[in-house]
Design a binder for this molecule. Structure first.
Ligand code: ADP
Ligand code: MG
Length: 271
């Protein structure tokens, strides 16, 4: 068995003249958290979209689970193979309840067809009962069993983010891709989400690819951090290595440094 749940080689994606992802080599070891960072517009989401089949990479190869090539494979088939994701902008079925949202995910693993559903065949009833039970378990796992019957859009923001994760888990992934899961969260929600991501890896044995703008989160839980800048992978290593890398400081943390320097100057004037 390959040590890697995912191996991407030379992945390139262009939009007209813009090279959004440029010959990226990237691997994720099984049962680890791989962090992916980079300034806005670096190509992180585009790279995700290449992995999940939303975009077809123009060049390169992507191998999942040591044996499946993902290039040109449609998204639903990629989900069935064992890759699931959440979105940078939450995409829930707004008018459905939390439970129903998760049940949509479980249907990826059931066999009933439309005829079964129309006639409520024994198989359909059996599978629906299973899907409901499974969905409830997952809501409990992400800490929102109390909200099972609430309409998705009425839920607090932190719950909506966790609901997306429950729905992603319902498809029984081996690899979970999280696109900025703590975006817009308050410190409390961020901490809860960080704990949850850690548990997904440690307890459930999932491999995780995490795009994250909150440096404390990504540096705190990633086994490996990769840095994209203008579509190119400019650095990779442990959180400590990446934080010290001058290229990263210049391309990414450099902007933070500038803000901090400006803030220090402002404070200096106030004193
Ligand atoms: N569907 C698209 N069509 C054209 N350009 C796109 C599209 N998606 C992303 N881009 C461009 O590709 C670059 C990378 O974007 P993106 O992957 O969203 O970056 P990130 O997620 O790192 O902020 C940006 O310059 C963006 O404007
Ligand atoms: Mg993005």
């Amino acid at each position: 068995m390959s040590d890697y749940i995912l191996e991407a080689r030379g992945v390139t994606k262009r939009f007209g003249g813009l090279v959004a992802v440029n010959r990226v080599n990237f691997t994720i070891e099984r049962r680890t958290i791989a962090g992916l960072i980079g300034p806005n517009g670096a190509g992180k989401t585009t790279f995700f979209n290449c992995l999940t089949g939303l975009y077809k990479a123009d060049e390169g190869e992507i191998i999942f689970d040591g044996k499946y090539s993902l290039i040109g494979v449609p998204p639903d088939r990629i989900t069935a193979l064992g890759i699931s994701r959440t979105f940078q902008n939450i995409r829930l079925f707004g008018s459905m309840t939390a439970l129903e949202n998760v049940m949509v995910g479980t249907h990826c693993r059931t066999k009933s067809n439309m005829i079964d559903a129309i006639f409520h065949t024994p198989r359909y009833r059996r599978e629906e009962a299973w899907a409901r039970k499974r969905a409830l378990e997952l809501l409990e796992y992400v800490g929102m069993a109390d909200a099972a019957d609430e309409v998705a859009t009425s839920l607090p923001y932190g719950y909506q983010r966790r609901l997306e994760i429950a729905r992603a888990l319902a498809t029984e992934p081996k690899l979970l891709l999280l696109d900025e899961p703590t975006a817009g969260m308050n410190p409390n929600e961020t901490e809860e989400m960080t704990d949850l991501i850690r548990r997904l890896c440690d307890d459930l044995g999932l491999s995780i690819l995490l795009i994250e703008h909150d440096m404390r989160v990504v540096m705190g839980i990633s086994d490996k951090v990769s840095v994209l800048d203008h579509g190119e992978l400019i650095a990779e290593g442990t959180p400590e290595e990446v934080q010290k890398n001058p290229k990263v400081i210049e391309a990414y943390l450099g902007t933070v440094g500038t803000e901090q320097a400006a803030e220090a100057r402002r404070r200096g004037r106030d004193d």
